[in-house]
Write a protein of this length. Structure first.
Length: 342
């Protein structure tokens, strides 16, 4: 539990610094194109970089070294911000990729419970929101972040970690169906695209306080989702929560409580999705972590930059997708009745 708490703290610190740095870019007198490219590069490294990182460490896994590098980059990112924002984006993006993959893998349980991953993931969005607000108001957070990062480095060096990426899981469990994972991934990507669009609109309108409400909703969603999915079933909860989130993130997006409800439901599926992906990627569980923490976000962000964003934001498209998913969920219900944990 102690290791889980300090890894969750590291995740919160990482996202807080990320939010602070991204918000600070507003004061660099960048054009809208330069700002958009900077945010895109951050997403490509922080979330798109998780998959290649998981492949790199599958045979040589030094968790202490990786975490120390991540926390060191947190400190250096502030110093780089005084020199060149481009170096800062590279530094904090790399740190983000490391903390998500290593932290998520270290928090996974052999019995495939989702609650620990939910606890680890919970400080993320609220940290991002707090950092973004502090950055927007030009408040200096270097000293507190430095102290936390140094403390995490010391705790990391004194903590024992898994010595390798274990490819065998125990006890043996039935793997989730590939078609279910594709449907969950598709729903997650579209929901994340809608959520990202709504958050960008809030930032554009400089309604920074609303980001705190969104962060709280995301934090509570991840915490609740870990326990609810363990009780209801990973696959069943993921599909139901994702389907329910879409109307809130689209039709009711202009209502703060509706938007927060959508964020809560969307974020609550992350622990279950992570466990499902880890089950599927039993040859490399860290890759399953990367698929759940990184892939939906980067694909949702890339979708934001394409003409497809108009299609998936259309209420008729969302309604058709909801109907399709409900039909598939109904048709496959009997198949999973014998194994409610899948």
């Amino acid at each position: 539990m102690k290791k889980l708490i300090f890894l969750a703290t590291g995740h919160g610190l990482n996202d807080c610094i990320s939010g602070f740095i991204l918000a600070s870019l507003m004061f660099w007198q960048l054009s809208s194109v330069e700002l958009g490219i900077a945010v895109l590069i951050y997403n490509l490294i922080a979330f798109g970089g998780q998959v290649p990182l998981a492949w790199i460490i599958r045979k040589n896994y030094p968790p202490k070294l990786l975490l120390v590098i991540s926390y060191s980059l947190h400190i250096l990112s502030f110093l780089f911000l005084l020199v060149d924002y481009k170096i800062t984006i590279l530094a904090i993006g790399t740190a983000s990729a490391i903390i998500h993959v290593v932290g998520g893998y270290e928090c996974k349980e052999e019995h495939h419970h989702a609650r620990n991953i939910g606890i680890f993931a919970s400080p993320g969005v609220i940290g991002l929101a707090i950092g973004g607000v502090l950055g927007a108001y030009e408040l200096n957070i270097f000293i507190p972040c430095l102290l936390v990062a140094v403390g995490l480095i010391i705790v990391t060096l004194l903590t024992s970690f898994k010595d390798q990426i274990r490819t065998a899981t125990a006890p043996r469990v039935e793997e989730p169906d590939k078609h279910d994972l594709i449907m969950i991934l598709l729903l997650t990507i579209i929901a994340f695209r809608s959520a990202l669009w709504n958050i960008f609109q809030i930032i554009h309108d400089q309604n920074f306080e609303m980001l705190i409400f969104i962060g709280i909703a995301a934090m509570l969603g991840k915490l609740a989702g870990g326990y609810l999915s363990d009780y209801i079933g990973l696959r069943k909860y993921s599909l139901i929560a994702l389907i329910l989130s879409l109307p809130f993130l689209t039709i009711l997006k202009n209502n703060i409580w509706g938007l927060c409800a959508g964020i809560f439901l969307l974020q609550s599926t992350l622990p279950a999705t992570a466990v499902l992906m880890i089950k599927k990627c039993k040859h490399n569980p860290a890759l399953g972590v990367a698929y759940s923490f990184g892939l939906p976000i980067i694909l949702g962000a890339l979708l934001f930059y394409t003409p497809m964003r108009n299609i998936v934001s259309n209420n008729w498209s969302i309604g058709g997708l909801l109907l399709l998913c409900c039909i598939l969920l109904f048709l496959e219900k009997r198949r999973y009745n014998r194994d409610p944990g899948i």
